[in-house]
Design a protein around this ligand. Structure first.
Ligand SMILES: [Zn+2]
Length: 250
């Protein structure tokens, strides 16, 4: 077993939250009992997985399927009409191969092509798992209730306050601060209230082998470069992180 310690240090605040339309604000995730605000482990796994998909590009099932669907221009219309599903990962592709999943008529040839050109399960699925298999990476939080959050106010139509990010870290990234002009979603004072935090996140990834370690390391590199961000309102500059990874030898 390989033990990796990962620290995510916010450059800008992040909000791992849900919309509360009645309160007209976004509240930080607090689970079922609403006692403590915290980051669900699935969110962290999702962050690492998204980064890993970008690392692998065309060699990953998700990247390849999304790209093909975009090329087809069918991503919105395939759900209508004919029966059958659209595979979303190597688990589904395996089910198609074994005759356990019916493919939607419009995407049949696309799925055939993917099966010819993709080695399944891909590295992302081998490491992070999919609907059919357990992955080789396990995420362990030292303390789930670490995150202390306070309300953070994002004024509509204005950029985030400068102090929340360093220009050097975001020089090549562009953000949109336009919010939807939906009066129902707005507070009378024109402010969207977002609960966000700049608490550092620390967790461990327990890897079964070197392949897992290498992919997680590369994924962390992309997060560190600001290419993969955490939580909501990413296009407004939230969720940019610096990321450290170290191997722990007991
Ligand atoms: Zn896959």
């Amino acid at each position: 077993m390989i033990k990796l310690k990962i620290s995510l240090i916010p450059v800008t605040k992040y909000s791992v939250g849900v919309s509360a339309p009645k309160e007209k604000r976004t509240v930080f995730y607090s689970g079922l009992y609403r006692k403590n605000k915290f980051i669900p482990p699935s969110t962290i796994k999702g962050l690492l997985r998204s980064a890993a998909v970008q690392v692998e590009g065309d060699r990953s099932c998700e990247f390849k399927i999304s790209k093909k669907l975009l090329e087809m221009g069918e991503s919105n219309s395939v759900n209508e009409g004919e029966s059958g599903g659209i595979p979303s990962n190597c688990g589904d592709l395996q089910n198609v191969l074994e005759g356990n999943m019916e493919v939607h008529g419009k995407v049949k040839s696309m799925v055939d092509e993917i099966l010819r050109t993709l080695t399944i399960p891909c590295r992302v699925c081998r490491v992070f798992g999919n609907s059919r298999m357990r992955g080789k990476a396990r995420i362990v939080f030292p303390n789930l209730r670490d995150s202390i959050v306070g309300p953070y106010v994002l004024p509509i139509g204005q950029s985030m306050p400068r102090r929340t990010f360093s220009i050097r870290d975001v020089k090549d990234l562009q953000f949109s601060y336009e919010l939807a002009q939906n009066k129902e979603q707005r507070n009378p004072d024109g402010i969207l209230r977002v609960e966000a935090t700049d608490a550092t996140i620390e967790f461990f990834v327990i890897c079964e082998d070197e392949e897992c370690k290498e992919l997680v390391k590369e994924a962390v590199k992309l997060i560190d470069q600001g290419l993969i961000r955490l939580g909501r309102y990413k296009s407004r500059g939230f969720g940019i992180l610096k990321a450290n990874i170290e191997e722990i030898r007991d």
